[in-house]
Design a protein around this ligand. Structure first.
Ligand SMILES: *[C@@H]1O[C@H](CO)[C@@H](O)[C@H](O)[C@H]1NC(C)=O
Ligand SMILES: *[C@@H]1O[C@H](CO)[C@@H](O)[C@H](O)[C@H]1NC(C)=O
Ligand SMILES: *[C@@H]1O[C@H](CO)[C@@H](O)[C@H](O)[C@H]1NC(C)=O
Length: 337
């Protein structure tokens, strides 16, 4: 058993590293027929595939558009704009064999409205390993870049990380959480990677995805949503154009947005500003029901109502929007079930 295994692994590893694509057409044909000959043999070695860990290939990285759509429709609540924009942006990008630049999404909104959650849904529907994939990277400002005095070291480190990771796999995804707490200079340091360059030092960033999460702009979104509500208009009538301009202005001019006067916005390197609306009572109920389902409990509307009633809403007089969105649902549910 042992010796055979040792013959097979190098071939698999060769395929895994992506070198197969670099071979001449003739040798590829040979490799393919060799692989075909081996298939029957391999089938009897299922365990081998467990040995064979994640690699940067379509078997491990490809968009499940149906899966993403289903997830957005059934697991994310009250975000008709974000759902629509993300589905369109991600599927457009992933089906393009030759994108001209990396996909850059900037997600904005109040806490607990689903920014982290949607990033997770994107990752899970592209990478087989989801957020655990070695090609998905999350940077949190307060964790990775806490000291403003070390900004120069952080810049160098971040550039190196991104370069190293994209060299490993061009279909890498980078999520920057807490952009509003990030030093503006830091984000400008990765600007070259987001541009329309073919290659930088031999590395192409065009197939990577960058996602920025930020509370900045949340105020302006809330303002617009509240105006709609006061005018008796349905929230689903809110359109991207109602929010986009004021959003990008408030983010750009807000001196603690992490984007303050950055060239990213200046040069339109951000492909989509994605607004997250503040959540209403009904959405909180939906979150609670979904969470019960996820815990394999029978969804109970009474419990969901209790949880939702427990949260704080604003403005004080009308109590329309949940202050923390769906953020504290999990711990509240522990209390009521
Ligand atoms: C894509 O997602 C759908 C819906 O979640 C699922 O039924 C299907 O098996 C997925 N396809 C693949 C190839 O994973
Ligand atoms: C990839 O990024 C991670 C941080 O998420 C970093 O620790 C790692 O060193 C990077 N890999 C390379 C090859 O640069
Ligand atoms: C940010 O803007 C506020 C109000 O415009 C101002 O009071 C504050 O000093 C500014 N902070 C910095 C660091 O520029």
């Amino acid at each position: 058993m042992k010796p055979k295994k040792q013959h097979v692994l190098p071939l698999l590893l060769l395929l895994c590293s992506g070198m197969a694509e670099a071979l001449e057409p003739i040798s590829t044909t040979i490799a393919v027929s060799m692989a075909a000959a081996l298939t029957g043999f391999l089938a009897s070695y299922q365990n081998l595939f467990y040995y064979f860990h994640e690699c940067c290939r379509p078997e491990w990285i490809s968009l499940n558009k149906t899966g993403l759509k289903v997830d957005l429709d059934t697991k994310l609540f009250g975000q008709h704009l974000a759902s629509r924009v993300v589905l369109k942006a991600v599927s457009g990008f992933m089906t393009n064999e030759n994108p001209k630049k990396p996909l850059v999404l900037s997600l904005h909104g109040w806490t607990g409205t689903g920014k982290n959650f949607i990033s997770k849904l994107i990752a899970e529907n592209i990478y087989k390993e989801g957020m655990h994939s070695s090609y998905v990277h999350v940077f949190t400002s307060t964790l990775h870049f806490p000291h403003p005095s070390q900004i120069d070291a952080y810049k160098a480190q971040l550039q190196q990380w991104i370069k190293g990771n994209v060299t490993n796999c061009e279909r890498s995804m980078f999520i920057f959480d807490e952009m509003d707490k990030m030093h503006p200079g830091l984000i400008d340091s990765i600007k070259p990677y987001l541009e329309y360059y073919d290659k930088i030092d031999g590395v192409s960033y065009r197939k990577s995805i960058f996602v920025f999460l930020s509370n900045a702009g949340g105020e302006s979104i809330v303002q617009t949503a509240l105006e709609f509500w006061k005018a008796g208009r349905s929230r689903e009538d809110l359109e991207l154009k109602d929010l986009e301009t004021s959003l990008s202005l408030s983010v750009f001019n807000n001196n603690n947005s992490g984007f303050f006067r950055t060239n990213l916005i200046d040069k339109s390197l951000i492909d989509f500003f994605v607004p997250f609306l503040p959540l209403e009572y009904l959405h909180v109920v939906q979150c609670a029901m979904a969470e019960m389902k996820a815990r394999r409990l029978e969804p109970d509307r009474d419990v969901a109502d209790k949880v939702a009633r427990d949260l704080v809403y604003f403005p004080k007089s009308e109590r329309v929007f949940s202050v923390k969105g769906c953020k504290t649902i999990e711990s509240k549910l522990d209390y009521y079930t």
